[in-house]
Design a protein around this ligand. Structure first.
Ligand code: AMP
Length: 220
């Protein structure tokens, strides 16, 4: 049983890479951002607690995030292999992840650090569009849909996330460098961090992540 983490700033390509490699490598994709957006859409209690933080570009408190993640892990079949995307984001979440994985007998095998310069992150986030129905990612310049505003995969409506506005992006990137960069040191020290330059296109990025995982024996 194993788990990998996709680590990187907002806009580094975690969601896009995850979408492309989860089926190829058989991982169960656990995106805390997607789960939170779904909770907000469904107006759950947890969604109500998280919404304000998300709109401001702040991190949702660790105890809310852990409720979400523990719920997924508890219900997952025992042979599941997890790919965490956007989680953990703080040292506190990383500590709790170690605990819950240890309880399941699951090993954290690799942390793929997707690294791209700030200007690439900004350009990606401001042009990003998401399908309301299936969650697929597009970009107005880098990955345009065949028909503007319509999802290629399911025909759903594409929208811009409210936290992809320029003001909120600036605060999300700042929060990332304050809170998340400590994780890079932690996982480097543990010998599980693999850095991938993520300034390339979506298909190339997915291929590179897959080849890093294959070379490390984490995907067949
Ligand atoms: P994302 O889709 O990963 O960019 O996440 C969107 C927003 O959801 C973030 O800006 C945070 O407000 C919140 N969020 C997602 N994952 C986490 C996490 N692991 N810890 C705290 N907040 C999170």
């Amino acid at each position: 049983m194993k788990a990998i983490i996709l680590l990187g700033a907002p806009g580094a390509g975690k969601g896009t890479a995850a979408e492309r490699i989860r089926d190829a490598a058989g991982f169960m994709h656990v995106s805390t951002g997607d789960m939170l957006r779904e909770a907000v859409k469904q107006s759950t209690i947890l969604g109500g607690e998280a919404e304000g933080y998300m709109h401001r570009g702040e991190l949702v408190p660790d105890k809310i995030i852990m409720r979400l993640v523990e719920g997924v892990l508890k219900d997952a079949p025992s042979h599941s292999e997890f790919m965490f995307d956007g989680f953990p984001r703080t040292i506190g979440q990383a500590d709790l992840l170690d605990e819950v994985l240890a309880k399941r007998g699951t090993k954290l095998e690799h942390v793929i650090f997707l690294d791209a310069p700030q200007r690439v992150l900004m350009q990606r986030l401001t042009g990003r569009r998401i399908c309301r129905a299936c969650g697929a990612n597009f970009h107005i310049n880098n990955l345009p849909p065949r028909q503007p505003g319509i999802c290629d995969r399911c025909g759903g409506e594409l929208y811009q996330r409210p936290d992809d506005s320029e003001a909120t992006i600036a605060s999300r990137l700042q929060v990332y460098s304050q809170m998340t960069e400590g994780l890079i040191a932690r996982y480097t020290q543990r010998g599980v961090l693999r850095r991938v330059d993520s300034s390339c296109g979506a298909d190339q990025l997915a291929a590179e992540v897959l080849s890093v995982l294959k070379a490390a024996g984490a995907a067949d």
